[in-house]
Design a protein around this ligand. Structure first.
Ligand SMILES: [Zn+2]
Length: 366
C-alpha cells in the first residue's frame, strides 16, 4: 500500500504505518490539547503509543495464526480502522480463515482482561466513561481494546468481522458467492457510515472510503484467485513465443524487438532449454552498453521463475508479482510457453464474458 512508512521488522514481517493513521493520531492529540491543554496532550501521546502497540499485537494475532496454516505475511500496514496484514494467499479451508480472522479481536479481549485485572476494576462502568479524561490510562486502554475488538467484528470488509462472515458463508455457498455477499454488505455498511459522517464526525467519512474500496478490492481479488485456480497453465499459456537464441547478437535482438510488439523474450540454448529472459529494457540497455555485434545473452536475467504446464494459473500469478514473465518448462527443461500478466488479463476477459468457458488446449502443445 502506498503512503506508508516502515518502522521495523518483527517475526519476519515488516510493520508499516499508513500516513492516514498518523493523521488520525495527530487529530486525537490535537483535540486533547484543545480540550485540556499541553499536559493532556502529552498523556494522549502516551495513550496513542500504547494503542498503537495493541493494534500491532492484534495484527500479530492474525499473522501468527495464519502461519500455523502455512500462510506467510510479509507486511502489516496500520490504518485508522486498525491494521491490515497482507497474507500472501488465503487459507484453503473456510474454518482456517475463520480462526485467523478471530485471532486479532481475541488478542484485544485478552489484553483488555489483563489490563482490567491490573486496574482491579472488573466492572462495565469504564466503557461508559471512555471519553472522561479523569479515568486512568490503564482503564482507558482496557476500554479501547474492548472497542477495537467490537469494531473489528463489524461484518464488513476489510474488518475482521467481514472475513468471519465470508468464511462462515463459504461453508454453505462456496468461496466466490460468499465473498460477493460479504463485499456487498461491506459496501452497504460503508455507505451508512459515510452518511452518518455527513452529520457530524468527518472521521467516519474517512473510514467509509477505506471500507468501500477495501470491499471492492477484496471482491476483485477473490474473483481473480478463484478464476486462476480453476485453469491449468498448459491451457492458457502463450505458445507463440518469440525467442532469442543464446548466440544472438545485440543487433539481431534489436531486429526481433522491432519486428514484434512483445516485451519479454526467452533466451534459449540449442536444445530449446530456457537459460534467461530478455525484457525490452534489457535490450535497450544492451544497445546503450555494448557494440552491435556483441552477444546479447549476458544482458538477460538468468534467474527466471518457471512452472510446469500441469500447475494451475494461480501458481504463476504469485511469481508474476515481481517478474515480467514466468517460463513454462517441460520435464526435460525445454521451454513450452510463457505466462505473462497479459495472459492472466486475457483469461479474466474470457471468464468475465463467459463464466462457464472451458479452457482446454491440453495435450495439443509441447
Ligand atoms: Zn484484525
Amino acid at each position: 500500500m502506498g503512503w506508508s512508512v516502515t518502522i521495523g521488522r518483527f517475526f519476519g514481517t515488516y510493520v508499516r504505518i499508513h500516513i492516514t493513521f498518523l493523521i488520525f493520531l495527530a487529530w486525537i492529540g490535537f483535540s486533547a490539547y484543545q480540550r485540556a491543554g499541553i499536559e493532556a496532550a502529552k498523556q494522549s501521546v502516551v495513550f496513542i503509543v500504547a494503542i498503537f502497540a495493541c493494534v500491532v499485537l492484534h495484527e500479530f494475532g492474525h499473522i501468527l495464526t495464519a502461519r500455523r496454516y502455512g500462510v506467510r505475511s510479509t507486511q502489516v500496514t496500520l490504518l485508522p480502522i486498525g491494521g491490515v496484514a497482507d497474507l500472501d494467499k488465503m487459507p484453503e479451508k473456510p474454518y482456517q480463515e475463520l480462526l485467523i480472522a478471530l485471532a486479532g479481536p481475541l488478542v484485544n479481549l485478552v489484553i483488555a482482561a489483563i489490563l482490567l485485572v491490573i486496574a482491579g476494576a472488573m466492572d462495565g462502568e469504564i466503557l461508559r466513561r471512555i471519553d472522561d479524561p479523569s479515568i486512568g490510562l490503564v482503564e482507558k486502554l482496557a476500554a479501547t481494546n474492548v472497542f477495537l475488538a467490537v469494531f473489528n467484528m463489524v461484518p464488513a470488509f476489510p474488518m475482521d468481522g467481514g472475513r468471519v462472515l465470508r468464511a462462515a458463508l463459504s461453508m454453505w455457498l462456496g468461496k466466490q458467492r460468499a465473498t460477493m455477499i460479504a463485499a456487498q454488505i461491506g459496501q452497504a455498511f460503508a455507505f451508512a457510515l459515510g452518511f452518518l459522517g455527513l452529520f457530524g464526525n468527518p472521521i467516519l467519512i474517512f473510514i467509509a472510503f477505506f471500507v468501500y474500496f477495501a470491499a471492492a478490492a477484496e471482491a476483485q481479488n477473490s474473483f481473480v484467485q478463484q478464476a486462476t485456480h480453476e485453469v491449468r497453465v498448459v491451457d492458457v499459456m502463450e505458445t507463440r513465443v518469440v525467442s532469442i537464441s543464446r548466440g544472438a547478437t545485440v543487433g539481431e535482438a534489436v531486429d526481433i524487438l522491432l519486428a514484434t510488439s512483445r516485451e519479454s523474450f526467452p533466451v534459449l540454448n540449442a536444445s530449446g532449454g530456457l537459460i534467461g529472459l530478455l525484457s525490452r529494457d534489457d535490450i535497450v540497455e544492451a544497445v546503450r552498453d555494448g557494440d552491435t555485434n556483441a552477444p546479447v545473452a549476458p544482458f538477460a536475467h538468468k534467474e527466471i521463475a518457471t512452472i510446469t504446464p500441469e500447475q494451475t494459473l494461480d501458481a504463476a500469478l504469485e511469481q508474476l508479482v515481481d517478474a515480467p514473465a514466468v517460463g513454462v518448462v517441460a520435464a526435460d527443461g525445454r521451454l513450452l510457453g510463457l505466462v505473462t500478466k497479459q495472459s492472466v488479463a486475457e483469461v479474466m476477459l474470457i471468464k468475465a464474458a463467459r463464466p462457464d468457458w472451458q479452457f482446454s488446449r491440453g495435450g495439443r502443445v509441447g
